[in-house]
Design a protein around this ligand. Structure first.
Ligand SMILES: C[S@@+](CC[C@H](N)C(=O)[O-])C[C@H]1O[C@@H](n2cnc3c(N)ncnc32)[C@H](O)[C@@H]1O
Length: 263
């Protein structure tokens, strides 16, 4: 029997934690809601006329983007992929109907097979996730995504994508900080305190233990994870090398950016 058979996460508790997650994530994605909306605009554009667009959400977490896309594009079939059992449990409970959720590590052997797509992708989307992938893994992942997408399909990545160069990077970061201050995004709790609070939630005890086992996270050290530090132009170069014909940033506030690559 797996951990998820041993426990029951109630709808109400899942909803509470997902809403708290939404507020916490605003600290890390400047103008997060607008960024989601822009990603929806791009997916709407590239799937125009498609009867049942197929979209994968990379690093879906508790289903934040998947849920927004499902609401915006109700005909879309959304597949969310993540390797965090706790966040996936929240997604499967609170945003059950938005997507089919796949437990897999992006970049690991066989991860694209685990998606069980069965047909070409119209779009691959992601928010605040791909910066975790080390450069060689990201490079390979972009090549794999280019192979999964139909011609004309798009990879739409909203993430921290700093400008390259010290001067441009510092200027963009300043503009981003000012925007975040105006939106009061810094008032929300941070990643560490969200995870510390999860620790006290009995309904999440099993997936938290599974997360720690699987991701080798010591108790009480749910750190924010790595950042590959790649700039928006580094991403663009990797995407072109992977076979994407057109790469364009369509939205940016500071280093919060939506980068689109058309296959
Ligand atoms: C900061 S969260 C963002 C979640 C969600 N996209 C959002 O915007 O709320 C980053 C997510 O990426 C996932 N992630 C990071 N690296 C991953 C990998 N190699 N494979 C699958 N998921 C990954 C983490 O587990 C986490 O759920």
């Amino acid at each position: 029997m797996g951990w998820c058979d041993q426990m029951g996460l109630s709808m109400a508790v899942a909803e509470w934690w997902v809403e708290r997650w939404e507020r916490q994530q605003r600290r890390y994605a400047i103008d997060r809601e607008e960024r989601f909306t822009v990603i929806g605009d791009v997916v709407e554009y590239v799937t125009l006329g498609q009867r049942r667009p197929l979209v994968v959400d990379l690093g879906c977490g508790p289903g934040s983007l998947a849920a927004r896309l499902a609401e915006r594009l109700p005909r879309a079939e959304v597949v969310g992929v993540d390797m965090d059992p706790l966040l996936l449990e929240l997604a499967r409970t609170h945003h059950a109907s938005a997507a089919r959720y796949v437990d897999a590590e992006i970049g690991a052997d066989g991860w694209t097979d685990a998606l069980a797509l069965g047909r070409p992708l119209d779009a691959a989307v992601s928010t605040t996730a791909l910066h975790y992938l080390p450069e060689p893994v990201l490079r390979r992942t972009y090549v794999q995504l280019a192979a999964l997408l139909r011609p004309g399909g798009a990879l739409v990545n909203g993430d921290h994508l700093p400008q390259s160069g010290v001067v441009a990077g510092a200027l963009a970061a300043h503009v981003g900080r000012r925007r975040a201050e105006r939106l009061r995004d810094g008032d929300h709790e941070d990643w560490e305190s969200w995870w510390a609070a999860v620790e006290a939630e009995p309904e999440l005890a099993e997936p938290l233990a599974e997360r720690r086992r699987r991701l080798s996270v010591p108790a009480g050290e749910e750190g924010g994870g790595a950042d590959n530090g790649l700039s928006v132009s580094d991403h663009a170069a990797l995407l072109r090398a992977a076979g994407f014909g057109h790469v364009v940033p369509v939205w940016q506030f500071g280093d919060s950016c939506v980068l689109v690559a058309i296959r």
